[in-house]
Structures are given as C-alpha cells and as structure tokens.
Write a protein that binds this ligand. Sequence first.
Ligand code: 4AD
Ligand code: MG
Length: 467
Amino acid sequence: MRVKIKAIKNPSPDAPSAVGSEVVIKGWVRSIRNQKTFAFIDVNDGSTLSGLQVVVDAKMPNYATLINDITTGTSVAVKGTLVESAGKNQTVELQAKEVNIMGKCDATVYPLQKKRHSFEFLRTITHLRPRTNTLGAVARVRNALAFATHRFFQERDFLYVNTPIITGSDCEGAGELFRVTTIDPATPPKKEDKKVDYGKDFFEKPTYLTVSGQLNGEIYACALSDIYTFGPTFRAENSNTSRHLAEFWMIEPEMAFADLNDNMDNAEAFLKYVLNAVMEECSEDMAFFDKYISPGLIERLRHVAETPFERASYTFAIRILEKSNKSFEYPIEWGSDLQSEHERYLAEEYYGKPVMLYDWPKKIKPFYMRQNDDNKTVAAMDVLVPKIGEIVGGSQREERFDILRERMKTTGLSEEEYWWYLELRKYGTVPHSGYGVGFERLVQFVTGLENIRETIPFPRYPGKAEF
Ligand code: 4AD
Ligand code: MG
C-alpha cells in the first residue's frame, strides 16, 4: 500500500511508518547521487516540503539502468523498509527493495533543475512550478488557511453560503466589470440607437462576473443571522501591481445585529485565528518562508497574532500622514483615498502592526455603507497590515430605507435594478455588518512573498490567462 511521505515523517500511532516497517512510496525525484556502492534518491510527493531519502544498493539487479534513467523530475514507486538514518537532515530513510520508474524525465530539456529559479521564470512554466519548494509550500499554506477559515466561521455558527458568480450588479460601483455574454461580437443585435441590445442576450440583460458576493450575502444574513461566502471574484482593473489580480478569492462574512465595532472585533479575531492555525499546522513550510523568502517572518506573524490591533479613524490617520514629513508620491488630504504607500507607512512605520481605520469619507466609498451622523463619513473599516497594506475592507450597511434610497439616487444606481436590496430595508430591517478578506493578500501576508502572483495556483492579470 502506498504511504504518503507526510505520514512517514509525522507518524500517527496506527500508521505503518515506524522504523522496520515495509512501505511503498510514490513521487517525483528531486535529486540523485550515485556513491558507487549505493545511490541516494531524494523523492518528494508534495505531502511535505522535505522529501524522503531512498537508499538503493548497487547490488540491486537493475541498478545500472536505474542510475542511468533516474533524473530530476522522474516519477518513481519505491518499495522498501524504513530504517534509521545517519544523515543529519532526517531521522528515517527508505532502504529500497524495488524501484520502479513510472515516467522518465529527459534531463536535457526539463526546465526545473536543483538550482533557484526566478519567480518570473516559474510563471512561464506554471504547469511545473508546483513541483518547486516555494510553490509547493504556498499550496499547502493556502490549503491550511482555507480550511482554518471554514473552521473559524463554523465554530461560531456562521453558515457557508454560495453566492452567484454571474451577476447583474456592480457591488463596489467601481465599473471594473468583466462582461458575460453569448452575443457574437461580429454580429451583435442592435437597438434603434445603434447600441448593442443586451435584451437579446442570454440573460436578457447585461451581466458580469461578480466583484463581490456581499449584496447576496446580505440577503442571507437578513434571514439566517451570520453567514459567510468564500469564492472567486473578478476585477477588470488594469493595475499591474504586486497586490492585484484580475481573479481572486474573497472571504465575506455578513452578520445581522452587528455594528462596526462588532465587525472589527470579528475581523481581528479571524486574522489571529488563521495565523495561529497556519503557524501550528504548517511549521515546516513556515520555517522555509522565514529562512528563504522573508527573514523574521514567523516572529512578525507571532507579534501580529499576540498584540491587539490598533484602531484609528480615517481623519486621525490623515493627520498622522500630514505630519509625517514623508514625501509621498501621491499627496494626501482629507477626502482622498489612501494609496498603498500611505497604508504601508501607517501599518509598517507609524504603528508597526495592523491598524484598522474606520469612518471614511462618504464620497470615496460605495453606496451601501451606513452614513454617520456627521453626514460626511460612513461606517467603513479597512484593515491595513505591514508589507501588504489593505487586506480587509468592510462596513456597517445602511439599513435605513429612506437614507439608502437617497444615497442610491446620488450615486446613480437605479432603484428598479436594486429593488430587492431596498426591500430588505422595508421588511424587518436590522443593523448588519460585514467585510471582505482578499484571500491571496492573506496568503501573501502569511508567506512573505513579494508578489501576489505566486499566491494563487493560476494567476490572472492583464495580458495573462494561460494555463
Ligand atoms: O475592499 P473591497 O473592494 O471590498 C468589497 O468588495 C466588499 N464588498 C467586501 C465586503 O464588505 N463584503 O475588497 C475586499 C478585499 C480587499 O481588502 C483586498 O484584500 C481584496 O479584497 N482585493 C483584492 N485582492 C487581490 N486583487 C484585487 N484586484 C483585489 N481587490 C480587492
Ligand atoms: Mg477596499
């Protein structure tokens, strides 16, 4: 029976992995060293960062062929006995009894070698990059973060709700939508005014890939109290930055009977929970990121997990930025949106830890955020973290019918389009709040990677939808 290398490295009481037991492992060869009377083969099956050392005795009948045919990238099945290892990197190794080559790998053309490759180069071979240490570790950390996310909300009785991917609404109102259509661009049906007639399209109206599941999430929160979504979202913003993707995953909790403070409390608890989970469950991978990607990472994350986040109003943050004497590329004054450089100054330099900024100018925020009594700000909050900047964005929602309708009017939203959103405020309205966590930004924060394109298996960004 095949055993995963992880089970051999972290033996559980009932696993057939103790020294002396016979196992079969299957995986890909990372390296082979021929020592004349025997050979060491480093096999990795993706279940852990470090592979298992296989020792092949030169007396094995097909030894010469094996040594000749096994190269980096070859897939193998090895049957053998687990023995104590004298090597300093491992406690056990596999003494091979049978080695079968499953798929050869031509070393003269195989692009992955035992040296470091640049992330830019690895993106051109996205089909092979999960076989590298870094991308493999990212995949395991990402998996642990996703699982911890579900655990956090499930433990608190939040229902997991799936919201639609195809939608007619622009939740954030930023106009960064990818259109979904079955209309043939060569022969589109036209209206009298010569504009394309989307009434004749598949859904008989204009439709897009969703930028956020929030509006649909609110429907379920206003019936079932606490819910969360966790799904793909899409933004056609042409930002070629290290923090933006055109397709990314968002975690969006929505809570009925919750105000902005409850919202911030939940977001802080969530971030701390998943950080602790990943440090405990992925310790080998995290030590790797700490050593090779971002020195001091674990110490920084532990600090984040252990200390209370700072909370400050947007107005206060603007004062800090104005007084900072830094020459920012983008000037800052009350009313303008924060750029990445401002966010990072606040989280990295001024506070040296995550900071939650609340009460933002109404003018720069979407229609659904609850208006404060000053008539100038809304009950919005962003969580800014060192190195990344904004990682979470959320708000208390406007639950008052008249005020919401007025706000929709001034922001140019059609009442007919969003009739159902307004009706939630007509029938048993409640204060409610929620936020969105950019999942890839979370992975980036946890791994310390420079570019968000390494945090998702198949990144989509301007000019790139291969693989
Ligand atoms: O701040 P945003 O736009 O908020 C919303 O969409 C709300 N509807 C969420 C809610 O209240 N339910 O996006 C939320 C988060 C950001 O803080 C950021 O982490 C991430 O999503 N994000 C992106 N991540 C990667 N690439 C992009 N292009 C992103 N745009 C936003
Ligand atoms: Mg935002």
